[in-house]
Write a protein of this length. Sequence first.
Length: 319
Amino acid sequence: MPSVTEPHAKPLAAARRAAAIDAGIIGVGYFVAELAGVLLSTPNAFLTMWPPNGLVCAMLLRRDRGRWPAILLATYPANLGFALLYGQPVVVGSVYWVANVAEVTLAASVLLRFWPNGLTLREPRQILGLAVATAGAAVVGCSIGAFATSVWRPETTFDASAFSWWAADTLGILTFAPIALTWDHGRGADGRRAIGREAVALIVVLIALAAATIAPIAMGRHDIQIPFPILVVPLLTWVALRLGVVATAWSLLVFNSLTILRHLHGLGDVFAAGGLTPHNAAALQILLGSLSVTFLAIAAAAERSRDAVTSLMPREQQR
């Protein structure tokens, strides 16, 4: 005789399977993001930006709380594999994982407290909320991580390790979380047509900036300089005012990554000589984080203004 619960068994099993696959994909993405963080950092020294926490924080905000444990547990093998790959003891890598989990869980919980339906990032106050929650939660993560580092490597100071961790995590979340939160945000057909040419122009400009940055590094030509800030700041202003939060988030990802790469190879515009050190890296991280919050807030305000105008148009047409 069939069980009374049989009709519900298959949908439940399918839901669990989908949740497991989802968590697995996030775990793989976490490991890839860890490798990206290494590419944007000083070898065997310090991290300038830590993308994985931005990815996981965004995924927690986009998923039901019941799926959080699976997502967080899925990041442990990735974190442990990364630790072993770069010569960290298992215990230290595990403590680092606890620090990262505590950080993103706290940030997501605080944000959902104020925005229970999730973040769309279409309001300036949500951008500011993301910045404040991220900076505050990173204090918890950096305290745990710096303690583990100071025990593992006694030659490092707690203060220096804590600030480096805090700045890298904060910048990583502010750079990568907006992309993961808004990647599927679409516009109407009219909006897509209106920004089509501008979006294509943006892609061409971003590719050109990337080529202008990577080519001198690949050729070892430090004498080739381009006025990077003079080009990028007006570009980000145009993108924020015209193309919205999604385009701004992607543009900031390219801008922040290229800026860090330029400084790592001595081509920087803020600290051109000698590459990055822990001291000048902190100033660069704060600068990039501040610019990210500023341009995302401008983009959110511009989108909200356009939405208000669009909502008023049918009323005007009825008169």
